[in-house]
Design a protein around this ligand. Structure first.
Ligand SMILES: [Zn+2]
Length: 394
């Protein structure tokens, strides 16, 4: 399979620049870069005797996006406008996260048993996130402009301090640790859940075997950890890898992922996509399923293509995000409608559920409501396959 390295990243950069406007003096270079990327992809495909339509999903979407840009009407910034930095680099955010994650591991049981310790650690996470926000503001930027390594680290701090997820994180540490000890009793273990691009990494520190999992795995129930470490203990690495990958396509994982990412989305709304307009999607779903009674949330496409999560609704700022991966002619309209419907259900049912101390988003009541969607089966099958295709082509 032909993969084109860097094409998706290039597309994301182009998209960011189009959203912000391109300074007039850079317009020529900007156009030339897009043209030469499009030409290079065509040529490369030619060399392999294929068309760009046969590229794996993310590359194909990136190519289509780039090829569809109208180079004659690129939005330009005012010459006098203050230029915002494209990315902000902050040192020490990643190391702060590593230190705090080690703390969570070291005092996990006390955190769960002592409300004062719990509150103190959450305040520390919040203070670290605030510090990042202040540094961004001082640079005339916001956290959505943080560079690739720092942005997830910032999201992690926000997620654990604001998202009421710290307890889930600690309970997952406890379940994973118990399973690790059960199936690998001769080793000392150290476990972390982090916002990282890999799903799992294992290495050795001086004193222990260190497992780092993507934060999304905090959504996994106890039996998952038992099966997972059982496979690892028996050295069945293939099975272990398959279990990890399968989990990442499931909704609980995707929602944690999406919640994480949502903390560093740009503040302004971006509802008109390349292909679908979230405004009309909302209007359609609102009238078909909510009698037109639903208040419109802030509607926005995610900035990045995602393969594991397709939508997210956040109560705190009444913001509904749909994944850019769905903004494509190959995705049927009813699939985008379904994501809208699902997320709006969270908006409608969420306040009741928030009353319980651990938020359980997908209650049986939620699931029953979800099934009212007319093409429920078709939409869920399509999303699962899309996710699997995108993961396979990475
Ligand atoms: Zn959901």
């Amino acid at each position: 399979m032909v993969k084109i390295r860097g094409l998706v990243a290039f597309q994301n950069r182009v998209r960011d620049e189009l959203l912000r406007g391109v300074p007039p003096e850079k317009l020529d270079t900007f156009r030339r870069n897009i043209e030469s990327a499009v030409t290079a992809v065509k040529k490369l495909c030619d060399d392999y005797g294929m068309t760009p339509d046969e590229l794996p999903g993310p590359s194909r979407n990136a190519y289509r996006y780039l090829a569809s840009i109208d180079l004659s009407s690129i939005p330009a910034t005012e010459p006098s406008a203050v230029q915002q930095p494209r990315t902000v680099k902050l040192t020490r955010v990643v190391s702060t996260v590593n230190v705090l994650s080690a703390r969570l591991w070291a005092v996990r049981d006390r955190l769960l048993n002592d409300e004062r310790v719990f509150a103190a650690v959450r305040d520390e996470l919040a203070a670290s996130a605030r510090r990042v926000e202040e540094l961004c503001a001082a640079a005339g930027a916001d956290p959505s402009m943080l560079d690739g390594r720092t942005r997830p680290a910032y999201c992690w701090l926000k997620f654990l301090s604001e998202g009421k997820r710290l307890e889930d994180h600690l309970l997952a540490l406890r379940s994973a640790r118990a399973a690790a000890i059960r199936h690998l009793p001769r080793q000392r273990h150290e476990i972390h859940f982090l916002a990282m691009s890999a799903m799992w990494k294992m290495d050795r520190t001086r004193t222990a075997t260190r497992h780092r999992f993507h934060e999304g795995f905090i959504a996994c129930p106890e039996p998952f950890w038992d099966d997972l470490f059982k496979a690892l203990g028996a050295n069945r690495r293939d099975e272990f890898g398959r279990m990890l990958t399968a989990t990442t396509t499931e909704e609980p994982f995707q929602e944690v992922s999406c919640e994480l990412e949502s903390y560093a989305e740009p503040g302004k709304e971006h509802s008109q996509g390349r292909h679908y307009d979230l405004d009309s999607v909302f209007a359609r779903v609102n009238s078909a399923y909510f009698g037109g009674q639903m208040q419109r949330p802030v509607l926005t496409w995610s900035r990045r293509l995602t393969s594991r999560m397709f939508g997210y609704y956040r109560f705190a700022n009444d913001r509904l995000m749909a994944s850019q991966s769905l903004d494509d002619p190959s995705v049927p309209e009813f699939v985008v409608d379904f994501i809208m419907y699902h997320e709006l259900l969270h908006k409608r049912l969420g306040h009741l559920e928030a009353a319980s101390d651990r938020r359980r988003f997908h209650t049986p009541a939620f699931r029953a409501e979800e099934r009212r969607f007319q093409e429920f089966e078709e939409a869920t099958v399509f999303l699962r396959q899309l996710s699997e295709r995108m993961l396979a082509s990475r």
